[in-house]
Design a protein around this ligand. Sequence first.
Ligand SMILES: CC(=O)CC(=O)SCCNC(=O)CCNC(=O)[C@H](O)C(C)(C)COP(=O)(O)OP(=O)(O)OC[C@H]1O[C@@H](n2cnc3c(N)ncnc32)[C@H](O)[C@@H]1OP(=O)(O)O
Ligand SMILES: NC(=O)C1=CN([C@@H]2O[C@H](COP(=O)(O)OP(=O)(O)OC[C@H]3O[C@@H](n4cnc5c(N)ncnc54)[C@H](OP(=O)(O)O)[C@@H]3O)[C@@H](O)[C@H]2O)C=CC1
Length: 290
Amino acid sequence: MIQTIGVIGAGQMGSGIAHVGAQNGFTIRLLDVDPKALAHAVEHIDGNLERLIARGKLTAKEKAETLGRIHGITDYRDFKDCDLVIEAATENEPIKREIFKHLVPHLNERAMVATNTSSISITRLAATTDRPERFIGMHFMNPVPVMKLVEIIRGIATDDATYEAIHELSVKLGKTPAVSEDFPAFIVNRILLPMINEAVYTLYEGVGSVEAIDTSMKLGANHPMGPLELADFIGLDTCLSIMNVLYDGLADSKYRPCPLLVKYVEAGWLGRKTKRGFYDYSKDVPVPTR
Ligand SMILES: CC(=O)CC(=O)SCCNC(=O)CCNC(=O)[C@H](O)C(C)(C)COP(=O)(O)OP(=O)(O)OC[C@H]1O[C@@H](n2cnc3c(N)ncnc32)[C@H](O)[C@@H]1OP(=O)(O)O
Ligand SMILES: NC(=O)C1=CN([C@@H]2O[C@H](COP(=O)(O)OP(=O)(O)OC[C@H]3O[C@@H](n4cnc5c(N)ncnc54)[C@H](OP(=O)(O)O)[C@@H]3O)[C@@H](O)[C@H]2O)C=CC1
């Protein structure tokens, strides 16, 4: 039975997974290379829990208990009692491979490993570990506390016990699981990211401004966020990585990342997390940049 969960990467997804796990009674060991990222993650979770209290959905006691279950760590040795470790570090295959290499020697024999990758082959990542049968894709959506879906992706070697344990865990976390085969970017991002990339082409070719494109999709297609606002929310580096995985993995020119997306990432304009992407977030209200 899963009781203690390790999470690697204290960015927006890792902190969301830690939040939801702790709120549902699991002990969390949250690891990041940067202690500042850990402090920032706890602050962020604290703010989200505070919002739940303000809306009458959580008590102050429950908030304290939730925060008490989250333990920030910087040493892989602290994963030794984990039943499951979920990797949620940067969407970059060499980084993830290096993480699994460091992780494996510190796991107990029965521990399962999941990755929150948005696009990378589960089978290929599993092969970097000593336990491909206990390795699986567990793909949460952003923001984790709000979005109901978890995509579950089995690698070629994933065994039934691991699949069932992760399915059961997803339900315990209040999520609805959907199963995807192990193809580049799975289901959600196979459909969503080409739309976002097309929105960037629409901007690049001058068909519309940032504001016109986002307003069109919000009011014309009832999307909660416009595609450029959503790209900034996901992170433009993550969007570009996913498009590259689609382009390389499916070998089809229709997935070619828009040169403007490439340029923004090269400039370090990664969206909300760097306070600049298709919008400028340095003021109270986001301002379109084009
Ligand atoms: C890239 C990948 O690999 C896969 C992905 O994740 S793709 C991205 C998928 N996500 C999306 O498409 C999100 C699209 N956007 C939305 O659904 C909405 O804009 C949103 C839910 C983010 C915000 O909704 P909103 O109506 O504008 O804001 P708001 O009314 O303030 O919030 C709605 C609820 O979400 C909560 N919330 C909003 N943002 C939050 C955040 N970042 N973290 C935690 N909770 C949040 C609010 O507290 C509120 O909760 P209650 O209903 O319990 O009161
Ligand atoms: N953003 C999204 O909407 C979604 C993202 N995902 C996936 O979740 C994962 C994380 O994305 P997201 O949270 O947005 O990214 P972020 O950039 O917000 O966070 C990534 C975190 O990983 C840390 N990190 C980098 N290298 C290492 C390492 N070697 N060991 C430990 N931590 C490391 C980073 O630290 P530092 O900043 O110091 O480099 C950062 O804190 C990716 O695989 C992404 O594809 C899945 C669903 C939705």
